[in-house]
Write a protein that binds this ligand. Structure first.
Ligand SMILES: NC(=O)c1ccc[n+]([C@@H]2O[C@H](COP(=O)([O-])OP(=O)(O)OC[C@H]3O[C@@H](n4cnc5c(N)ncnc54)[C@H](O)[C@@H]3O)[C@@H](O)[C@H]2O)c1
Ligand SMILES: [Zn+2]
Ligand SMILES: [Zn+2]
Length: 338
């Protein structure tokens, strides 16, 4: 039996097509996808720059849905509403044995290493399923993964109540990091971008927007932090300009958290960091408990992702979805509703 899928074909080429409905292995559930979001990683696959993605691929690792079929014993039932934690770890490497399976030596993702949520159905191991609580919509639950990235990011920081926080880059991950930092008690969250559309969203979400096209971001941040810089700077734009700004805008003995996946290795002034005892922390994916916390924040209403969902499209509109995501002045999060 075949199903509809949104496929990566080759560099800058995506299309709606038909692929086989996946067979279930023991311990897997067949998920009927409700909503699936386009992420920066999907954009990297689309650009032909992802080292692991092999065409043709149904992309999409941020998705929610309903259990259609089960293979093997579990507490799950057909009809349960679920959101998928997309990481697949080996369970045997040192990181996995130490309980840090999100940094598994051979970490794989549904939607990158195997077909994902831009399709009618996906086969998902039971332990990658999280229940969607009553009252949380399928569309909002589809953003649990990027929320969990932001939860993990903020939990990796030393953020304390009342701290000044800087977020460089107001894409979906930057905006969510700013929102979670605020929840965690940040005194003020200054967020920069070059897109006035995304900065307007930031203001709507209670963050203080700095337009890098209009102001000198470093000067502005120093001015707004008593000349000292911020206790915590999150780098979420991933370019040479922000790699420089992250050092200029962090306080002496402060912390930089690099969230971005840099496409080109940036030059980093380690001497400037040494003089002021700056720490640098990196962050990757999230743990299972971060994912559960993200669902809690969505369910309680502490984090409202509605303003981040810029478009809801059908899988047939996959080309349009990727064109929209290429332009940060018109989109933040595009969801497909297969
Ligand atoms: N650590 C992880 O596990 C993890 C998970 C998801 C995404 N990421 C990475 O996080 C980064 C952000 O993800 P995203 O989905 O929000 O991407 P995105 O591309 O939508 O966001 C980046 C933002 O930076 C802005 N920007 C560009 N130049 C800038 C400048 N000079 N100053 C300020 N802003 C500038 C862009 O306009 C854009 O809004 C990416 O590098 C992505 O790969 C990391
Ligand atoms: Zn993602
Ligand atoms: Zn492992």
């Amino acid at each position: 039996m075949t199903m509809k899928a949104g496929l990566y074909i080759s560099e800058k080429k995506v299309m709606a097509g038909q692929i086989e409905v996946p067979d279930l292995q023991p311990g897997e559930a067949l998920i009927k996808v409700a909503f699936a979001g386009i992420c920066g990683t999907d954009m990297m696959i689309y650009a032909g720059k992802h080292p692991r993605a092999k065409a043709p691929l149904a992309m999409g690792h941020e998705f929610s849905g309903r259990i259609e079929r089960l293979q093997g014993d579990s507490d799950w039932a057909v009809g349960d509403r679920v959101v998928i934690e997309p990481t697949l770890s080996c369970g045997k490497c040192e990181a996995c044995l130490a309980g840090a399976s999100h940094v598994c030596k051979t970490l794989k993702l549904i939607g990158i290493d195997k077909d994902g949520g831009f399709a009618e159905y996906v086969a998902v191991p039971f332990d990658r399923l999280h229940r969607i609580p009553e009252g949380l919509s399928d569309a909002h639950a589809a953003l649990a993964e990027p929320v969990a990235i932001a939860v993990h990011t903020v939990r990796r920081s030393n953020l304390k109540v009342g701290d000044h926080v800087v977020v460089l880059g107001a894409g979906p991950i930057g905006l969510l990091t700013g929102m979670i930092a605020k929840q965690a008690g940040a005194g003020q969250v200054l967020i920069s971008d070059i897109s006035s559309y995304r900065l307007a969203k930031a203001e709507q979400l209670g963050l203080t927007a700095l337009n890098a096209k209009e102001v000198n971001v470093t000067e502005e941040i120093l001015k707004r932090t008593g000349g000292n810089g911020a206790e915590v700077v999150f780098e979420v734009a991933g370019n040479q300009i922000t790699a420089k700004q992250m050092i200029e805008t962090v306080k002496t003995q402060g912390q930089i958290v690099v969230v971005s996946v840099f496409k080109q290795a940036p030059a980093i002034d380690l001497a400037a960091m040494h003089y002021r005892e700056i720490s640098l922390t990196t962050t990757r994916c999230c743990s299972k408990s971060d994912f559960a916390k993200a669902i809690n924040l969505l369910h309680s209403g502490a984090i409202d992702v509605a303003p981040l969902i810029s478009h809801e499209l059908q899988l047939e509109q996959i080309e349009e979805g990727f064109h929209l995501m290429e332009n940060p002045d018109v989109s933040i999060k595009v969801l497909f509703h297969p």
